[in-house]
Design a protein around this ligand. Sequence first.
Ligand code: SF4
Length: 694
Amino acid sequence: VAELGTPDRSVITTCAYCGVGCSFKAELNGDELVRMTPYRHGKANRGHSCVKGRFAYGYAAHKDRILNPMIRERIEDPWREVSWEEALSFAATKMRGIQDAHGKKSIGVITSSRCTNEETFLVQKLARAVFGNNNTDTCARVCHSPTGYGLGQTFGTSAGTQDFDSVEHTDVVIVIGANPTDGHPVFASRLKKRLRQGAKLIVIDPRRIDLVKSPHVQAAHHLPLRPGTNVAVVTALAHVIVTEGLFDEAFIRERCDWDEFLAYAEFVKDPRHAPEANEMLTGVPSAELRAAARTFATGGNGAIYYGLGVTEHSQGSTTVMGIANLAMLTGNIGRPGVGVNPLRGQNNVQGSCDMGSFPHELPGYRHVKNADVREIFESLWGVEIDPEPGLRIPNMLDAAVDGTFRGLYCQGEDILQSDPDTKHVAAGLAAMDCVIVHDLFLNETANYAHVFLPGSSFLEKDGTFTNAERRINRVRKVMAPRNGYEDWEVTQALANAMGAEWHYTHPAQIMEEIAETTPSFAGVDYALLEEKGSVQWPCNAAHPEGTPLMHVDGFVRGKGRFIVTEYVATDEKTGPRFPLLLTTGRILSQYNVGAQTRRTANVVWHGQDELEIHPHDAENRGLKTGDWVKIASRSGETTLRALVTDRVSPGVVYTTFHHPDTQANVITTDYSDWATNCPEYKVTAVQVSQSNGP
Ligand code: SF4
């Protein structure tokens, strides 16, 4: 601050990292951003922030930013800087040429959970109204798509049920497959405060995460399950609750489908679901599991928080439905202190799903087969919308390898680094005739691109992000876009270069269109957001102030639906060649693949990605902390430093994936969730051996 001067003005905006959605004051001296300080009146963070958010502005000014558009005929050619007009004309001609030669469905888009609602809305509109197909998908495919499916099936909508304030009323909390201390630090602080006040905690995680035991916080129960056995553990909890008569019959009779409950109760009562019968499979001591079930069912207000350790499995959607079953069984829905709460990894995962990024859903989670919903958009946009769902990201890549999908516009997403089976992603991208990457940096995917369109950072645009509690927060332009244009302007220019006639002059107009077409956003506009600071959807005539708690008087779908959750083992098996199970997570100071956080001033905090291995497994391999190790799976291999620790159980190893050199996705499998294709990142059978280094 001393070097840059004392701030003379400030702009309130929203952090662009995790799904907590903290509000910040970006403080400037003239046009120079001096610092970011957490905003006292931010309803998601109430004046708090974490180390990532405070330094987030660093990457916006990083020298690696690409500020001019570039094109090339072939990916072997060098990039050529061109004007915006030439780049957009080149891209439009290529994409139209592909459609002329190979049909309307031969191209598609990938939207980003990093971008604003307004930008995302326009990208899916580009696919549906300009390309004429539903080939739109989002990076939520690889994280929370099972949340969309599971909560949609059980409750009727794809969203967390509570606001963050709700945690102040909870008495007993299950944290499953999430590590809030590192992944959602500001929410973790609020949770810890409640735990210090006496709320009980049950952690279900293969690893002894910080919440299990940290200063002044100790979990009542830690269930260190074997990766891949979430469904068996959740069903065993339900078995105890049902067989011991601990369920909330009055709630279930009033709020849920009673016949479906009876079928579910019959299913979970089966002795094969008893904790004792599953001890060998899950690795969880049955007495501890029984005790945890009793604690949750009898402890008062019970809340469940979960993360990617639930969703990124071949049974991710099944586990989400199992969690919803647990909440309904115990009557923990519809009041403060309870509920089912997905902790969203990225700033706008919720929003990108809300905005119709999935290939089967128009904005507001309405199926493209629904003619009445299509009619709303068709009459406004003056086009006919394809009634058939489009391709998901993995289907796009398969079709590219087969030669039927040949053009992609990818905004704010590095699929080569973040999607599973890197070799297959590369093969799909290499097979396409036109890959358009719209991003801040020349990312790994850009190695296969023919057009690079420079992106604008969150500091350089107006719009909104929707956080994990459905809170629509304003993103405000702090400085002019260094590349010249906000991302929504670039998408609009591409659409118009392909023959559309879009005339938006500000994201507020895009929000008006969202509100006009999407019932849960019908009451949202920028004036309301200025007045209230933020609102939680649904926000409409029935809920003009927004909706902090969902399913209060009834579920969105009417009666809550119990769904039988049969455990099916993943096809990824350990054996003599690959005896250990690898699972993955994050550290506090880094964010996802690190493209932003590695380019900020707090880089001194960043450690390297390490392989955590239990002392027993390390000793068997002659390893000690700091040694180089080779991790080999059936898909590939990579090299890391070892960290010997009993944070992981014997038979389980763990790493983070923040550095490109780690290449975690070279070793992950191509198995995915049965309902949504969300990749099974959290279970990979591996062998670990000594190495001389990379
Ligand atoms: Fe808040 Fe998440 Fe940003 Fe940290 S990374 S400041 S917790 S939104």
